[in-house]
Design a protein around this ligand. Sequence first.
Ligand code: HPA
Length: 268
Amino acid sequence: MSRNADDLVRFIQDRAGDAPVKYGLILGSGLGHLADAVDGVSIDYAKLTGFPHAGVSGHNPKLVIGTLEGVRVAVFGGRAHYYETGRGDAMRLPLEVLKGLGGEALIATNAAGSLRPDMPTGSLMCLTDHINFSGLNPLIGEQSDARFVPMKDAYDPALRAALLSAAQASDVDLAQGVYAWYSGPSFETPAEIRAIKLLGADAVGMSTVPEVILARFLGLKAAAISTITNMAAGMSDEAISHEHTKAMAPLGAAKLDKVLRRFLQTQT
Ligand code: HPA
């Protein structure tokens, strides 16, 4: 772990106590409100040297350490994307901090476009795997042999099963599928969407993949859920814009809250 991460872990533990957290949750566009439901200590990213300046509207740039449904969690109310800085490892420090706080697993959430007509706006999708369509990798430049991270079952089968059971118990449909990472910030063209559909993608978005690669590198388990905010480019007449993403995220967010809370209840 970097020295900065060690320093931040101490800084955070001085304020929030040093009981280990179990899960780290990263909240995507329009999904940041869950951070406010945690009973704990909230620290603005601005106070955490080296944390992203979460400059994308619809995010809630603070780290909250505390209890949610009886489980100690670290909730990251916002994320940095590759397209903000040109750095694929923009979330490395927050994930190192999660590991330093005792985290066992990362649960990432995001807003995504759907490539499947049976998964319309407002649906949730549990990631089974990903396609790194950007070709970028957050571990480029890493020197240690640990950089050769195996990515089979990167989306932890046991965590996925627990999330699916939680969805079933909460009466929420949780689809499963493959997420393709597109660097952004422009949206995809219809031709790109047709291409990734042929390659096996079910949803497309601009985040999560580098975080999951970094999580596995750091020895954290990983799981992720997409909230579908639109049909992908060329698949419908629906507008595609960041405004639309933020406006549609609440459709899935209420269901996502239910699933995550139920999931946590089973983890105590
Ligand atoms: N493409 C990429 N990212 C997204 C989309 C999309 O259609 N919707 C929400 N985030």
